[in-house]
Design a binder for this molecule. Sequence first.
Ligand code: SF4
Ligand code: SF4
Length: 95
Amino acid sequence: MTVYAMPNITTPGRPAIFNPEICDGCNTCVERCPMDVFIPNPEEGKCPVILHPEECWYCGTCVNDCPRPGAVKFSWPLNQRGYWKRKSTGQVFRA
Ligand code: SF4
Ligand code: SF4
């Protein structure tokens, strides 16, 4: 069977960042994501494909349920990340 999957246009949000050195393409995150943000990579053993990043709820399940620590990292949208401001200069630091 041939499956065609077209990612939505690029959005500023990128909910998950995979580490191809650690991820073995087990697809647990694909199965557990409640919003179907990912699909399995057509190449066996490779990181899943992020198909619909804008539909992420930032629930964290993909990272929490991954059996290989470090294989996927959560990436908060910029406007939801914690930040610190240096009082003296006003310089902003983001997490
Ligand atoms: S990120 Fe984790 S859960 Fe997802 S495919 Fe890779 S190893 Fe499996
Ligand atoms: S944070 Fe939740 S909704 Fe977003 S990609 Fe991960 S599992 Fe899916």
